[in-house]
Design a protein around this ligand. Structure first.
Ligand code: ATP
Ligand code: MG
Ligand code: FE
Length: 340
């Protein structure tokens, strides 16, 4: 069965075609990052308007790349939430009306389920159950995953998400938006000179807290005015060491506590090379396996939505939704999801 995936929850329009027998056939993406950069963050109204401009051309391109036509599509999966309501409405209304015109079912996908399952798009995916670390711009969660829709929250951030901490720290260092990739690039040239705290490292639970780290960086920055290039790089280095050490330690605790030996990592921060290096070493030591999405599927994309939709469609047999009424869920907890 051929599933069209539509993602428009924030500042990326992503479209993909996933075939339940042949895998991912095509995916197209437009990132609005440059448009929002001059404002230092996502402007919701601009985001919605841009999704409207992109969604049709990207769909046509995805069909062309896969050598398929609209009539070949068996179902449409789209992000229903969480995200910006105006942005979500574009993908949702597009998906429901296209499905209505083709008289095919729709599958409403939870954006975080999309992120979470993205590593399974790669070769040799791990089998359920496993531990998942989801580290994106808005979330930092550890979960036990027993199957599609069977997610048990093991730990969560008490304040900022890991990606948000990268972005805010990058801003303090004058690195522009989005800061994660820029900060991690700068960290490559940094040296161990400062010492930042490792928040909640020994808290005995699987929760995170990253906002204090940002405050510590602010203190360092104000003590070293004017900031020279070397100091900036050294702060970036230490910040990245602190975040990746906490994330790695908690992942290993989650594997130990659940007695599982498979870890999957997803979300934008999952693209961080230093995090991957530490997780690879730590899991290897404990004879565990860790899986990641390819770099481009760490951040928002349509492929993960088409894939999550396809997994749900397979499990639902013929019960997929064909009523074409719709609503968006800007706030939506992953643990509220049910198995298909
Ligand atoms: P959510 O899915 O929680 O709503 P989001 O979709 O905005 O959030 P993603 O697209 O998964 O989040 O990830 C974007 C985040 O990942 C940004 O905060 C960005 O700075 C961060 N990020 C991307 N690449 C890297 C990297 N190499 N190192 C660290 N952080 C990174
Ligand atoms: Mg984004
Ligand atoms: Fe996302």
């Amino acid at each position: 069965m051929l599933v069209l995936g539509v993602e428009s929850s924030c500042d990326e329009t992503g479209i993909a075609l996933y075939d339940t027998e042949h895998g991912l056939l095509s995916h197209t993406l437009h990132s609005q990052v440059e448009m929002h950069a001059e404002y230092g963050g996502v402007v919701p109204e601009l985001a919605s308007r841009d999704h409207i401009r992109r969604v049709l051309p990207l769909t046509e391109l995805a069909l062309k790349d896969a050598n398929k036509t609209l009539q070949d599509i068996d179902a449409i999966a789209y992000t229903q939430g969480p995200g910006l309501s105006g942005a979500l409405l574009v993908g949702t209304s597009f998906a429901e009306s296209l499905a209505f015109s083709l008289q095919i079912p729709t599958i409403n996908v939870h954006h975080l389920e999309g992120h979470l399952l993205a590593p399974l798009l790669e070769d040799n995916p791990p089998a359920f159950p496993f531990v998942a670390l989801l580290v994106s711009g808005g979330h930092s969660q550890l979960m036990r995953v027993d199957g599609i829709g069977q997610y048990e929250l093991l730990g969560d951030t008490l304040d900022d998400a890991a990606g948000e901490a990268f972005d805010k720290t990058a801003k303090l260092l004058g690195l522009g938006y989005p800061g994660g990739p820029a900060l991690s690039n700068l960290a490559k040239t940094g040296k161990p000179r400062f010492k930042l705290p490792r928040p909640l490292l020994n808290s005995g639970d699987l929760n995170f807290s990253f906002s204090g780290l940002k405050t510590s960086v602010l203190t360092l920055v104000s003590q070293h005015q004017p900031l020279d290039a070397e100091t900036k790089a050294d702060i970036a280095y230490e910040f990245q060491e602190a975040v990746t050490e906490v994330l790695t330690t908690k992942c290993m605790s989650a594997l130990r506590e659940t007695r599982l030996d498979n870890l999957i990592v997803s979300g934008g921060v999952g693209a961080n090379a230093r995090l991957r290096e530490k997780l690879n070493a730590a899991t290897k030591r404990k004879l565990c396996k860790v899986s990641y999405p390819r770099l481009e599927f760490c951040t928002d994309n349509g492929a993960m939505i088409a894939f999550a939709g396809a997994m749900r469609l397979k499990a639902m047999q013929n019960n997929a939704d064909k009523n074409y009424s719709f609503s968006v869920k800007p706030r939506w907890n992953l643990s509220e999801l049910e198995a298909p």
